[in-house]
Ligand binder design. Sequence first.
Ligand code: F6R
Length: 265
Amino acid sequence: MEVVICPDAAEVARLAAAKVARVARDRGPDPVIGVATGSSPVALYEQLSAMVRAGRLDLSTAHAFALDEYVGLPVGHPESYAEVIGRTVTEPLGLDPARVHVPDGAASDLEAAAAAYEQAILDAGGVDIQILGIGANGHIGFNEPTSSLASRTRIKTLTARTRFDNARFFASAGEVPTHCLTQGLGTIMAAREVLLVAQGQAKADAVAAVVEGPVTAMVPGSVLQLHQHATVIIDPDAAGALTLADYYRETYERKPAWQRYSKGI
Ligand code: F6R
C-alpha cells in the first residue's frame, strides 16, 4: 500500500486526479473508472473536470461504475446516488450517460439487480481504477463493519453511524434510508487499482486503522492491505493518527520523477 501525505486537501485532489487521469490515458480508449459519492472525492472530480474542459483528458468513451446506491429513495430523488453521480461525475467529466452505471436501488428484485451489476462490471472488462472514500467507521462503499471480506454486490443495512454521518445530505436524519445496494469488498478488490482519498481529522482514526491496523472485517477498508495496487492520498489532518507518517513522507519525497503522479497533470 502506498501512502501519500499531501500538504493540504487541494493537493490531495490534484495528485489523485493526476493518478486517475494517468490510468485513464494508459488504459484508453475506454477505461473503466469506479466512482464514489460523498464529500471526499468532490475536489478530485473538479480537477478531472478542469482537465476535460482544457482538452487535456477525454473521458467521453470511458465507463464508470458507482460503488453503491440507497434502497428506497424514489427514482430522481436528488440525494439518490444516481442523481449525485449525474451532477458531480457524468456531466462535469463529459462521460456518456449510457456508460455510467449505478446499482438499481429501486429495483423490485434487489438480488437480481445486484447480480446484474456484477455482470455489467465484468462485461465492461473490470474496473481499471476504483476511487474510494472512507467512512469514519472504516467502511468502503457501504460495506459496514463485519462485512465479508469476500463479499460481492448485495443489499446491506446501514449502521446508525453512517445514517448519522449522511444525514447532512437530507432534510432530517429520519429521511436517510436504512438499506443500500453496495459493491462488495471482493468486488472492490477485483479493481486493478484502488485509490482512497481522505481529508480532515474526523477520518484520522479510520485511516490509521485501514493502513496500519490488522486486516479485519471490523474495519472493512483494511482489506485494501491485501490489494497489490492500493494508494491512499490524504491531507495532514487525515494522517494525524498514523505512526509511520514520517516514513510515508520520506518515501514519497524519494520517489523517482517518472513515478510521481504530478507527471499525469
Ligand atoms: C460513497 C461511499 C462511502 C463514502 C464514505 C465517506 O459512495 O461508498 O464509502 O466514501 O462514507 O463519505 P464522505 O466522503 O462523504 O466522508
